[in-house]
Design a protein around this ligand. Structure first.
Ligand code: ADP
Ligand code: MN
Ligand code: MN
Ligand code: MN
Length: 363
């Protein structure tokens, strides 16, 4: 055990992309753990989670609270060793954790909680990998517009080696895409138990999960979170991802949010983002949406660079113009066009107001 821990620690130091290693099923998790329903003597376990130096993977650790908090302000700040998460080097390795939101913990249940945190430097300034801080500033500034977001998170289930899609033949490939999207049957979908468990776990936690569906590539799925207003969107999305990875752990499955996990004639996994402001949601809103489009167009390159944790490099593999994606190089939009950077739903054009869908985002 110690050996395993020290190994993962040293590999995390030179972290860029963590390759998940199979975790032996010790049979002591969740319901099968005979100690799981011991009472906690009035104390609460708080699982603090944060985004690590990859901008993609999450970390977390537990602390005891003497009572269940009623507001996020009651949650103490904490810290961790940033040299083990790709977030600091050398002597000054502490990164501070500031709780920003908390949810019921669907794994430990009872009064236990999951705590979403932002990361700060020792001097209290936002850590360079903390994008929530700037997001919150902008959302506060835009408060009068009441910006709503609804995110469609696509992902791929992989075997515990983190490479092979879950349920795919050991050697070779499943039949070509076509029957899998929203499919049913053991020859059409893999991993439905994980999807169902994740859906319930999100509901239990208080995440605004809005739906889910099997995707075009077998073992690829989607769920939607939202609509959420402002920075709550990010908090709920990240916690929903953590819950998904944690649920899949129980099934010895690894979740990938990579935009193009399998090369070739297989769809990638995107993160469609549905957006509206107060003005867009009311009569006359279509003109406001169209005005936003001309502004999006001007900022396309900057946006693409911000849409994945690697400056647009990851998304390049997905946004080829094929497989229901737009080209990464130019901004486009259209009514009901699933091959454009932004799709305006047919119903929105008909009503003259509503929202639009940016299809070019990644993680
Ligand atoms: P698609 O047809 O692209 O697959 P989905 O049904 O998967 O669409 O997702 C649509 C998303 O749009 C949902 O998450 C929903 O919460 C969100 N949504 C609906 N109305 C609005 C709105 N006015 N503003 C922002 N998001 C919205
Ligand atoms: Mn969808
Ligand atoms: Mn989809
Ligand atoms: Mn969509």
């Amino acid at each position: 055990m110690i050996d395993r821990l020290s190994k993962s620690r040293s590999s995390a130091r030179k972290i860029n992309k963590i390759i998940p290693t199979p975790v032996a099923d010790d049979g002591l998790d969740g319901k099968s753990n005979p100690f799981f329903d011991l009472d906690q003597n009035g104390a609460v376990m708080a699982y603090y989670i944060w985004i690590d130096g990859t901008g993609e993977n999450m970390r977390g650790k537990t602390r005891t609270l003497q009572r269940k908090p009623t507001s996020v302000n009651e949650l103490p700040e904490w810290n961790y060793d940033g040299s083990s998460t790709g977030q600091s080097t050398g002597e000054n390795s502490d990164v501070l954790l500031r709780p920003v939101a908390f949810y019921r913990d669907p794994f430990r249940r009872g009064d236990n909680i999951l705590v979403m945190c932002e990361t700060l430097c020792p001097d209290g300034s936002p850590h360079p990998t903390n994008h929530r801080f700037g997001c919150k500033e902008k959302m506060d500034k835009a408060y009068a517009h009441r910006p709503w977001f609804g995110i469609e998170q696509e992902y791929t289930m992989l075997d515990c080696n983190g490479k092979h899609p879950y349920g795919w033949p050991e050697n070779g490939y499943p039949g070509p895409q076509g029957p899998y999207y929203c499919g049913v049957g053991a020859n059409r979908v893999h991993g439905r138990s994980i999807v169902e468990a994740h859906y319930r776990a999100c509901m239990y936690a208080g995440i605004k999960i809005a739906g889910s569906n099997a995707e075009v590539m077998p073992s690829q799925w989607e769920y939607q979170v939202g609509p959420c207003e402002g920075v709550e969107m990010g908090d709920m999305l990240w916690v929903s991802r953590w819950i998904l990875c944690r649920v899949a752990e129980e099934f010895n499955v690894v979740i990938s949010f990579d935009p193009k996990p399998i090369k070739g004639d297989w769809n990638g996994a995107g993160l469609h983002t549905n957006i509206s402001t107060e003005a867009m949601r009311h009569p006359g809103g279509l003109a406001v949406i169209q005005d936003a489009m001309s502004r999006f167009e001007k900022m396309h390159i900057e946006h693409i660079q911000a849409y994945d944790p690697n400056g647009g490099e990851d998304n390049k593999r997905r946004l080829t113009g094929a497989h229901e994606t737009a080209s990464i190089h130019e901004f486009s939009y259209g009514v009901a066009n699933r091959g454009a950077s932004v799709r305006i739903p047919r119903q929105v054009e008909k009503d003259g107001f509503g929202y639009f869908e940016a299809t070019c985002l990644q993680r």
